[in-house]
Design a binder for this molecule. Structure first.
Ligand SMILES: [Zn+2]
Length: 229
């Protein structure tokens, strides 16, 4: 399912920090609830085994978590990448047009395996790789990015495709004044009572508390909704 959990011959995770970030997400209540919609009956992800086929799985909508280089290229046509990039991105394969025509495909959550210096935690870890707290903060930053991509974007895209096979924001409140899926999903996530604010924020606070970092729900909310649009 996921290159993010790829292991070497000795059973060590190839992308150790991203694997830890993913497992913190996958073992949380809200992560399990989300993954249950995509899982196949009998499938084990993290510590949880799913009993039944999820609604999106039954519709042919798959989900993959990939460890990829999401840093921006150095210029048009350049293969080289700079040191800045997205923390994570959600992409459909095949293309949105083909996905709509086929009614099935894969929602890819690509998590940046490179330490992108425009992320303060990735930058701090890059500068101080032997500091365990820098590593922990980087991992938690990626966990939050995985929550962002799954609970905001992947769930939004799957729900949008599932109801009428069309990416027309049909699963979202229509009074948002934009037809861009990603922007609508962001606006919805910031609204009072959203799954993101009510479920993800407290989980992130618990994850920070568990490593001895005191943050309030309000502080986490500020960090978690620090996205454009
Ligand atoms: Zn987003």
């Amino acid at each position: 399912m996921s290159s993010i959990l790829e292991q070497d011959e000795d059973g060590n995770y190839v992308h150790q920090e991203l694997a830890e970030a993913f497992l913190a997400f996958a073992n949380s209540d809200v992560g399990i609830e989300f993954l249950s919609k995509f899982a196949e009956g009998g499938q084990t992800i993290g510590d949880h085994t799913f009993e039944e086929d999820g609604e999106f799985h039954s519709q042919g909508i798959d989900l993959a978590f990939n460890a990829t280089n999401e840093n921006y290229s150095k210029g048009e046509g350049s293969e080289e990448r700079g040191d800045r990039g997205a923390n994570a991105r959600t992409k459909l394969s095949p293309s949105p047009y083909q996905f709509e025509r086929n009614g099935k495909g894969t929602i890819n959550v690509n998590v940046n395996k490179v330490l992108n210096v425009n992320n303060e935690y990735a930058k701090a870890y890059k500068n101080d790789p032997d500091n365990p707290m820098a590593k922990t903060l980087f991992i938690l930053s990626r966990t939050l990015s995985i929550f962002h991509e799954t609970i905001i974007h992947a769930d939004g895209l799957a729900g949008d495709l599932a109801d009428n096979c069309t990416l027309d924001c049909s699963n979202i409140n229509k009074n948002l004044n934009t037809y861009n899926d990603g922007v609508q999903q962001h606006i919805q996530a910031k609204q009072e009572g959203s799954l993101f604010l009510t479920k993800v924020v407290p989980v992130m606070r618990q994850l920070y508390n568990a490593v001895g970092i005191k943050r309030t729900n309000a502080q986490i909310k500020k960090q978690a909704t620090n996205f454009n649009n």
